[in-house]
Design a protein around this ligand. Structure first.
Ligand code: ZN
Ligand code: ZN
Length: 304
């Protein structure tokens, strides 16, 4: 599981930052969170393949987050994509896509499934459960929390030996989840496994003012990608426009117990990136936060 940051600007692009687009990569397939103008070119420059994108989840419909969609869909068509695509987002996403597709008059050679999502709705991407959570941005808006299912506990050879199971093929069967019989009794896999283990997890806030609902949905995630549009000196502006400052993003990550925070959706008004990170570090700790840059990537490992 990897997160890729393809566009990390907020509102307007800059020479160093493209418009919002982050990617979750699992099993070689790609899911995009938002698809700002220029996202397809960012994908081509990155190590991800454009054709590996199977799902786009929109946080909301402000132009900086959606204008990359029609061009990307058209390019996939020109490259003879056959595999279907899914695009989902808050209320109005079906209508948005109908409008885009009728305006550009493009017949796509692949299936396009478009769905409106509400708070609590879910989908599965490559075995990862993703749920939508309502956020606060003055328009229908969603954040997303992606969690792998729980994994079976670790095989404990000493327990198996204590129950009389000889090392060898019977060990392998237990590890595959099968019961084995030894000396007239059956040993079940649960008897020789440690406790179930957490899967990996990522939360993506999209644009929002600090949202307690998002914090609780993102409980304990390995990685939180949170918008941090403005510096603390512009907190009034953040409140008016229903965005977050770096410090507010850090407070949400702290409340959620997130293990690491990436500050995203950086306004050109943030002149000093190090100071932006520092505002968050004062709340969550310097080892737990970074400011996203275009083409950054981060691998999420299992905790144990
Ligand atoms: Zn935005
Ligand atoms: Zn917005």
């Amino acid at each position: 599981m990897e997160a890729h940051f393809l566009g990390t600007a907020g509102g307007v692009p800059t020479p160093g930052r493209s418009l919002p687009c982050s990617a979750l990569r699992v099993n070689g397939r790609t899911l995009l969170f938002d698809c700002g103008e220029g996202s397809q070119r960012q994908l081509m420059i990155s190590s991800l393949s454009l054709m590996s994108v199977d799902v786009v989840l929109l946080s909301h419909h402000h132009g900086d987050h959606v204008t990359g969609i029609p061009g990307m869909l058209q390019t996939m068509g020109l490259f003879s994509r056959g595999r279907g695509m899914r695009i989902m987002g808050p209320e109005g996403t079906v209508e948005l896509l109908e409008g885009m597709m009728s305006t550009y008059g493009e017949e796509l050679p692949y299936g396009l499934e478009v769905r409106d999502l509400e708070d609590g709705d879910g989908l599965v991407f490559e075995g990862v459960d993703i749920s939508a959570v309502a956020t606060e941005h003055g328009v229908p808006s969603l954040g997303y929390v992606a969690r792998e299912p729980l994994r079976p506990g670790r095989f404990l050879p000493e327990k198996a030996r204590a129950l009389g199971v000889p090392e060898g093929p019977l060990f392998s069967r237990l590890q595959r989840g099968e019961g084995v019989s030894v000396g007239g009794k059956t040993v079940e896999p649960e008897e020789v496994m440690g406790p179930t283990r957490e899967g990996r997890s990522i939360a993506y806030s999209g644009d929002t003012m600090p949202s307690p609902r998002f914090a609780s949905a993102a409980r304990d995630v390995d990685l939180m990608i949170h918008e941090a549009t403005f510096p603390a000196s512009m907190a009034d502006r953040a409140a008016e426009s229903l965005h977050s400052t770096a410090a507010q993003a850090a407070q949400v990550a702290l409340d959620a117990g997130a293990r690491f925070l990436v500050l995203n959706h950086i306004s050109p008004r943030v002149e000093d990136e190090a100071a932006h990170a520092q505002e968050a570090a004062e709340i969550i700790g310097a080892s737990k936060v970074a400011v996203a840059r275009d083409f950054d990537r981060m691998r999420i490992d299992y905790r144990e």
